[in-house]
Design a protein. Structure first.
Length: 245
């Protein structure tokens, strides 16, 4: 059995494009030529306050205000009062209107079709970090129940640990082990964008990995990846390679 566990953010949809769009709308003069630097710093700030968001000590909206303003400070971009709030409002709106791209939907249909054929023995699951309510909303908005049952979704906000903690990968394995034959002959695959959280974490758990290196052409850390994709089309092809198609 091949068990595919998918991350959500920047894997099944592009969170980066939404962040950039919102940032450009509130401060276009400072972002257009520094997109990669903006994303690198912003995501560093995201990791910094992730525990406070997941625990509920601060709201996701307040986190977005803080992350934007801290990123602009570090980049030396001047911004008027209220810029962070305007960004948080716009990003929240964009997050409430996400959907799967045609390529991602086609990839999920491909896996679902193989699963129905029987011999491929495919399990599909979600393994995502984030506050419980926030991540479940994304699951619903993306229409993922069409391919992945709710019982096969693991959200770190519902647990006491998050990727890259090996415990969350072990919890995912137990989900597969409960299936008929799932514990005797299975290969777990982590498909995600975060080298540190998704890929290195999964490798340390003994899994195979498909790294969706969406944000940069720098493949440093490729030794932790069985396959690397830089676009949605490449990720679809990396999945098909598993079955020699």
């Amino acid at each position: 059995m091949n068990a595919f566990w998918f991350d959500i953010d920047d894997t099944l949809y592009s969170r980066r494009s939404l962040l950039l769009q919102a940032a450009k709308e509130v401060a276009p003069q400072g972002i257009s030529l520094q997109e990669e630097r903006f994303m690198r710093i912003f995501l560093e700030k995201s990791d910094e306050n992730f525990p406070d968001v997941e625990s509920g000590r601060i709201t996701a909206w307040k986190s977005n205000v803080w992350r934007l303003e801290e990123t602009f400070h570090e980049m030396g971009i001047a911004f008027p009062e209220g810029t962070g709030a305007a960004f948080a409002d716009r990003y929240t709106y964009l997050q409430e209107h996400i959907n799967l791209s045609p390529v991602m939907a086609k990839m999920m249909d491909y896996l679902a079709d193989l699963r129905q054929e029987g011999p491929a023995e495919i399990f599909l699951g979600i393994l995502t970090n984030g506050p419980s309510e926030h991540q479940w909303q994304k699951y619903d908005m993306l229409g993922l129940e069409r391919w992945i049952q709710r019982k096969n979704v693991i959200v770190s906000g519902d647990l006491e640990f998050a990727k890259p903690d090996i415990q969350i990968f072990r919890a995912a394995e137990q989900t597969v082990n409960r299936l008929p034959g799932g514990g005797t002959d299975r290969t777990c695959w982590m498909v995600g964008d975060s080298l540190s959280h998704d890929i290195i974490g999964a490798k340390r758990a003994g899994w195979n990995t498909i790294w969706f290196n969406r944000g940069t052409s720098d493949d440093a850390g490729r030794e932790f990846s069985d396959r690397i994709a830089h676009s949605e089309t490449e990720m679809y092809e990396a999945i098909r390679l598993t079955f020699g198609k």
